[in-house]
Design a protein around this ligand. Structure first.
Ligand code: ADP
Ligand code: ASP
Ligand code: MG
Length: 815
């Protein structure tokens, strides 16, 4: 014999019930007990009927009417017209009874546990009867078992404990007395020794199935639901969750105990006691294998089998100096909790014995606090212990796997993955079976935590990056284009999913809504109707989204934006900046950001601050990391200045050449930052700092070439001033040309000192053949003493800068 159970969504409506009956009709189920839940959502509605009636809310009547309508419509959709009357009158009779009960509750203004169980039992009574009539109408022979008679429990209404001896006996008798081989029975419900209806706890129909299976020594129990088996994580939260093909009873128990709702935890024990295999199958994809739970641990595959989580958790901490070395404290704590029937989900005790910390369901907090404070009244008065500390809004995340025992380092991997994503761990416990490591985290972090751990343990080759882009001008726009172009390639070849999850301009800001990403092909249209930009609003939004592997990308040249990095880094959000302001601000700020990045274990990257897309900072970092020492850096670092001096020979006015550079997008918004040398000073300072030197802008000698008048007034005034001083620029050019030299604006760093200025470059210099807007950097190091390490190429332009930013974004995924 088999026992198969169909859950609420499997029997939610006539269409689904037909699918269920198609399954039952297969030959392997000729000798079977079918257990069914109430139609999906009905138990919740019946509970609200009971509580509304008790609270004098007449609304309950309408809810009942709707429920009746739904059941009758289901009957009408299933049964041929001339077979309907018996079934409809049975449904109507149930609703008459329900009405009477509820009227009593309404009049009394009180809902006892016993009456509540009576009310909710109708969900399963109705569904099982309807399916029973339907199967009969198809000509199959089937018997209906009243689970209230078959399953015997104590009188703990809402959560009754099964009397297995009595239950086994009655089930055996019922089956033996019948000529049927196919039975249907309501799940969830039972009765106590007085004959009052009881229930087995929410989700209890799974348990009903394994109780029947144990009684008849079934060859298998099958739990049919709306997902394909037990999965590596709740598929509603983790898009890449996958079916666990095979697991042990113990693992399944741990997973369900820690929140894998797909199977009600007590279900496992009766089946395990008799070595009955449990299958979890999908009603909506019956041909998929699903999960097999049996007595064998899996031989191969992942060390971790699954990840589950429970919400609505509170931590209770009992602390005090009076606890040290005195035995019996924990016993008294647990006794106090047990007396109030508070279920302890997780326990930790610090090795100093100063505190014991337990996790319980939030609903139990009030009675737990009263009971514990009462039990320690004397110690509280003498201040040996402190009043029980309560923290709410927490969740537990658990990693489960039989094989954890033999694989050290799992906890480390777990905590570092959580830490990298800024998820704070409030308490940790590892079961002595070493089959589970669980951690208490904030409820706000739980969804992210589940995804982070799923990625760390099951998707080792698959990573998701959530990118928030601030600035959608020249470079930002190009960056979004490049991301769009590469998304499919990255996913396919590097298993890297780069999602744009926020875009802000100076006027508007756009966020993704639940779980989606921004459609990067239509971001401009989407931005039109987006919210008004507020920088703090954008930052708060990113923090509130709390997505794993979040990256803030600053493609502005704005000082205020540079001011928010610290907030983001301290929430473990990576920062990729094309904006140079932060890295070239006062040294203490630069250092602060670097140390925040280290402290929160998250990258702060700004490769494009020097040489746009050229790998300048990365190369310097690699040299230093590998133990080299920088002796000297010489560089042409301004694409703008290089462009200007490559194009200026006196035939066209200097101002016109500068204008061209600006029009082509090679200059800062105010070109004086380039022409005056400030931009180059910032860059050489950033390189000096990255090489380990404490340097400020004032420490750099600037041998500038612009006449003082050029620095007065607006950008427009600057162009006028350049025109006025054309002779000055011509003279600079002629002086160089007379020596067969080119003009280059060179930055230099040596012996802790930096300088920038215009130089005459002879034809044998590395700098001579530097065309267009190219940059060049020469690193003279201990390992490259005479022939320097050279990095050379286009050092400005939106496209190359965007690709440098893109490369930094992808660097964020490196562990
Ligand atoms: P039923 O009504 O069939 O009893 P439930 O809603 O009780 O179904 O359980 C199935 C649901 O459990 C799935 O839809 C899924 O969202 C949730 N779930 C949570 N954790 C897991 C997991 N690890 N594997 C599969 N499903 C899970
Ligand atoms: N109908 C009950 C509930 O919703 C039992 C079950 O579905 O397993 O909790
Ligand atoms: Mg269920």
């Amino acid at each position: 014999m088999k026992v198969i159970k169909f859950g609420g969504s499997s029997v939610a409506n006539a269409e689904n019930i037909k699918k269920v009956v198609n399954i039952i009709n297969q030959p392997q189920y000729q000798s079977t007990i079918v257990v069914v839940s109430a139609l999906g959502g009905v138990t919740d509605l019946l509970i609200s009927v009971g509580t509304d009636a008790a609270n004098a809310k007449e609304q309950y009547k309408e809810t009942l009417l709707n429920l009746e309508k739904r059941h009758i419509e289901t009957v009408q959709a299933l049964l041929p017209i001339n077979n309907q009357s018996a079934c409809i009158s049975s449904v109507k009779q149930s609703f008459n009874e329900l009405e009477d009960i509820c009227e009593g509750v309404f009049r009394l203004g009180e809902l006892s546990g016993r009456t509540k169980d009576r009310i909710i039992s109708f969900g399963e009574l109705l569904s099982s009867k309807i399916i029973y009539f339907y199967i009969q109408s198809t000509g199959s022979k089937i018997g209906w078992i009243d689970s209230r008679k078959a399953i015997k429990t104590n009188s703990n209404f809402g959560f009754a404990a099964v009397d297995f001896a009595a239950t086994t006996e009655s089930i055996k008798a019922i089956v033996a007395a019948s000529s049927n081989t196919l039975f249907i029975a309501p799940g969830f419900i039972a009765s106590d020794s007085n004959g009052f209806t009881t229930t087995l706890g929410r989700g209890g129909s799974d348990y009903t199935a394994s109780i029947y299976a144990a009684a008849v020594h079934a060859e298998a129990v099958e739990i049919w639901t709306d997902v394909t088996g037990m999965m590596t994580a709740d598929p509603r939260w983790v898009a890449n969750a996958r079916t666990i093909p095979h697991t042990s009873y113990r693992e399944a128990m741990e997973l369900s105990h820690f929140g894998a709702k797909v199977i009600y935890p007590p279900t496992i024990q009766p089946a395990m006691d008799q070595n009955i295999p449990i299958w979890i199958k999908n009603t909506f994809a019956p041909s998929e294998a699903g999960t097999l739970i049996e007595n064998k641990p899996s031989e191969e595959g992942e060390i971790i089998t699954g990840i589950s989580s429970i919400n609505q958790i509170a931590l209770l901490s009992l602390e005090g100096s009076g606890m040290v070395g005195i035995p019996g404290f924990s016993k008294r704590l647990f006794e106090a909790l047990a007396n109030e029937q508070v279920n302890v989900i997780l326990i930790t005790q610090s090795s100093s014995e100063h505190s014991i910390c337990v996790a319980v369901n939030t609903v139990d907090v009030a009675k737990a606090k009263a009971a514990v404070d009462n039990a320690f009244e004397i110690e509280l008065m003498s201040k040996k212990v402190e009043p029980l500390k309560v923290e709410k809004e927490l969740s537990i995340i658990a990693l489960v796997g039989d094989k954890m025992k033999s694989h050290p380092g799992i906890a480390g991997r777990m905590f570092s993955a959580l830490g990298r994503n800024g998820i704070n761990i409030r308490a940790i416990a590892q079961g002595s079976s070493e089959r589970n490591i669980s951690a208490v985290v904030s409820f706000n972090d739980i969804k992210k935590a589940v995804n982070v751990l799923h990625e760390a343990f099951f998707e080792t080759s698959h990573k998701q990056l959530n990118v928030f882009i601030c600035g959608a001008g020249n470079v930002g726009g190009k960056l979004i284009d490049q991301i769009q172009q590469q998304q499919a390639y990255l996913l396919q070849n590097l298993n890297l999913q780069v999602r744009v999850t926020g875009i802000a301009t100076s006027k508007k800001m756009l966020f993704v809504d639940n779980g989606n990403e921004i459609d990067v092909s239509h971001w401009k249209d989407a931005l039109v109707n987006a919210e008004t930009m507020s920088l703090q609003g954008f930052v708060d939004g990113i923090i509130a989204k709390n997505l794993r592997n979040s990256v803030f990308v600053d493609v502005t040249a704005n000082a205020e934006v540079a001011g928010v990095y610290a907030q983001l880094l301290s929430k473990s959000i990576a920062v990729v900046a094309c904006n140079k302001i932060a890295a070239s601000s006062v040294y203490t700020n630069y250092q602060h950001l670097k140390s925040l990045a280290k402290e929160y274990n998250v990258p702060y990257l700004f490769e494009t601050n020097v040489g746009a897309g050229l790998p300048v900072i990365g190369t310097l970092n690699d040299l230093i990391k590998s133990g080299d020492r920088i002796n000297k850096i010489q560089a042409v670092l301004s694409g703008t200045l290089n462009f200007v001096f490559n194009n200026y020979d006196g035939t066209k006015p200097f101002a016109q050449v500068v204008k061209q550079a600006q029009d082509e997008g090679y200059t800062e918004p105010d070109p004086r930052l380039d022409l005056g040398g400030t931009d180059v000073m910032r860059k050489i300072m950033i390189l000096a700092r990255e090489a380990g030197n404490k340097m400020e802008m004032e420490d750099i000698t600037n041998n500038g070439f612009l006449p003082a008048a050029c620095f007065e007034g607006s950008v427009a005034d600057f162009y006028i001033a350049m025109e006025k001083h054309e002779a000055h620029f011509k003279a600079l050019y002629d002086a160089a040309a007379a020596k067969n030299c080119k003009l280059k604006f060179v930055a230099q760093f040596e012996n802790g000192k930096a300088s920038v200025g215009l130089q005459h470059i002879p034809s044998n210099s590395d700098f001579y053949h530097l065309y267009g807007k190219d940059n060049i950097v020469l690193f003279y190091t201990q390992r490259y003493p005479e022939q320097p390490m050279v990095v050379k190429g286009a050092g400005a332009g939106a496209d190359v800068t965007a690709s440098g930013v893109f490369a930094d974004i992808m660097r964020v995924t490196a562990p």
